[in-house]
Design a protein around this ligand. Structure first.
Ligand SMILES: [Zn+2]
Ligand SMILES: [Zn+2]
Length: 303
């Protein structure tokens, strides 16, 4: 009997020793096991000190039992840090999450419900993505950053890109005598690609070729795309003047820029081939509301 008690005591001590600090509440990470920071232009993450100093897993967030490694938490905070550090979420939106989106003077509340429903239904990288359209400043980038973080939290390899910025990076690639594939191949590889400002730019043949490679590359592999655009998703070609597209966006008047219709239709901006692939693989949300940058005492802020 005494021996049995000894054995039980021994087992209890072992179990206690094997309990990862992730199981206890941490004031820095609230049990997530990692902390969000900013580095340069992007959001980054590091494994929290509670895990780093954990005597059960020694910062690996997995415990070895013989040859079998069992994760202390799924997805592992170590994996999540890797995903966040590669996602290129703009530093301005490090803390973005859907519950903090309160620009609801338009249809924001309704769109939030739709976005949450979309997230709930999104189970694999082959599932349908979405395109969110709306005027400048209603919070589309905030939403995309929040969605990027939510997908990563579920273990999806997700990458955020600003299309305009990607074009500049590709041009820099050429200057260094590198192929654009150095940048495009990883964007086709990720589970979910998040494209901010789809259809923005001068729509040169070069830009459309890059967009074609991206969209078709992902389409052929059945991989999800999430995007935002200032353009109208509906076809309204007949209401637009023919020479409108010959004026670069940054040379349009402010009133022209603030009007969503003036950005043209997405189909006109990206071409029928890309547009039809996008319509086939995504659902559309149209966000309305005021430009938060022009609101005084706005109840929501973007950090
Ligand atoms: Zn641990
Ligand atoms: Zn912690």
């Amino acid at each position: 009997m005494g021996k049995l008690l000894e054995q039980l005591k021994d087992t209890n001590t072992k179990q206690k020793a094997l309990l990862c600090s992730l199981k206890s509440s941490c004031q820095f990470c609230s049990g997530r096991g990692f902390r969000l920071l900013t580095r340069g232009a992007y959001t980054c993450a590091e494994v929290c000190s509670c895990v780093q100093s954990c005597s059960a897993c020694f910062g690996k967030a997995q415990i070895l039992d013989g040859k079998i490694a069992s994760p202390c938490k799924t997805p592992s905070p170590v994996k999540l840090c890797g995903l966040i550090n590669n996602a290129q979420i703009p530093a301005r939106y490090t803390n973005a999450c859907l519950s903090d989106f309160t620009n609801t003077n338009g249809n924001g509340k309704e769109i939030l419900l739709k976005l949450r429903a979309w997230l709930n239904h999104f189970k694999t990288k082959e599932d349908q993505g979405f395109i969110i359209s709306g005027p400048v400043g209603v919070g589309k980038t905030f939403i995309l950053a929040a969605i990027t973080k939510a997908l990563i939290a579920r273990g999806f390899k997700t990458q955020f890109i600003d299309f305009f910025q990607l074009i500049s990076q590709i041009k820099a690639c050429y200057a260094n005598k590198q192929s654009e594939q150095t940048l495009i191949a990883p964007l086709i590889d990720v589970d979910v690609l998040i494209i901010d400002e789809l259809g923005k730019g001068r729509n040169t043949e070069f830009e459309l070729t890059i967009l074609d490679q991206l969209i078709m590359g992902r389409y052929n592999q059945n991989k999800a795309i999430v995007a935002s655009t200032n353009c109208s998703i509906q076809a309204k070609k007949e209401t637009l003047t023919k020479n409108f597209y010959e004026i670069p966006l940054d040379q349009k008047s402010e009133s022209q820029q603030s009007s969503m219709l003036d950005f043209g239709t997405l189909e006109d901006r990206v071409g029928s081939r890309i547009y039809s692939r996008l319509m086939e693989t995504t659902i559309s949300f149209e966000l309305t509301g005021n430009d938060y940058r022009k609101q005084k005492g706005s109840s929501w802020t973007v950090h």
